[in-house]
Ligand binder design. Structure first.
Ligand SMILES: [Fe+2]
Length: 241
């Protein structure tokens, strides 16, 4: 067992850096995939803060993936891609196909529909968050492995149709996006959301994982599966996200 773990570069160099970004305090995660390489999950609006963090720990991203398409999880992607392109590094971008419309040229309209109309505070948040976003280079589905990593895609529709979690069995880590937070679910009152779908998929897929699995959510503090299952308080949404 020890020998096989030593052979696995993803556990040998495993580390996660959390960067809190933007007005909605989105968690962006840098996940090492080797001694000098990393994968970036949900780059929020503060692109420079994110690349400075990666440069400080001497990791270069090869892939950006989104747990879902919402604006607060995707806003920094294009600036980061362009920053690394100037250094000769090409980053590939992946999302579940059901959330593809949140990216690219259509992204502005569909993201704007998430916010209440004629609401000054919401308009202010949108202005802070909206930046052009890239098209995806690849689409993933349930059960796929992410490139050059040990992360596996678990499709968890409910917050959005294309919401996913990323799971590393060897590192007991689960990146849940807005599907599951510390003590809460993501919002399910959007037109493309469905609370029953989300609760069903959490029960059938996520809560079957080992209880010691650490949860890295899209907002707020980290948690563990054991804690969320035991306390059962995740079934409500307390916030605006
Ligand atoms: Fe979201």
């Amino acid at each position: 067992m020890l020998a096989s773990r030593r052979m696995n570069v993803y556990s040998l160099y495993y580390m996660v850096e959390r960067i809190i970004t933007g007005p909605l305090h989105t968690n962006s995660f840098v996940v090492s995939t080797g001694r000098k390489s990393c994968l970036l999950i949900d780059p929020g609006v503060d692109a420079e803060k994110i690349w400075q963090s990666m440069e400080r720990i001497n990791l270069t991203p090869h892939t950006i993936v989104f747990t879902h398409g919402h604006i607060d999880h995707t806003a920094g992607a294009l600036e980061i891609i362009e920053h690394y392109r100037e250094k000769g590094v090409e980053i590939r971008v992946g999302i579940h196909s059901s959330d593809a419309d949140y990216l690219g040229l259509n992204g502005e309209e569909i993201n704007r529909k998430l916010l209440p109309v004629n609401n000054e505070e919401a308009d202010e948040v949108f202005t802070q968050l909206f930046k052009p976003r890239p098209q995806a280079d690849f689409y993933f589905s349930d059960g796929d492995s992410l490139p050059e990593s040990d992360l596996q895609v678990i499709h968890t529709p409910g917050h959005t149709e294309g919401s996913v979690c990323f799971y590393s069995e060897v590192n007991s880590a689960l990146f849940t996006g807005d599907s599951l937070f510390f003590d809460a679910l993501g919002r399910t009152d959007y037109t493309s959301s469905n609370k029953d779908d989300l609760l069903n998929v959490l029960n059938s897929k996520i809560f079957q994982l080992p209880p010691e699995t650490r949860i890295y959510p899209g907002h707020g503090p980290l948690s563990s599966l054991e804690r969320e299952i035991r306390d059962d308080s995740f079934k409500t949404n307390h916030g605006m996200i």
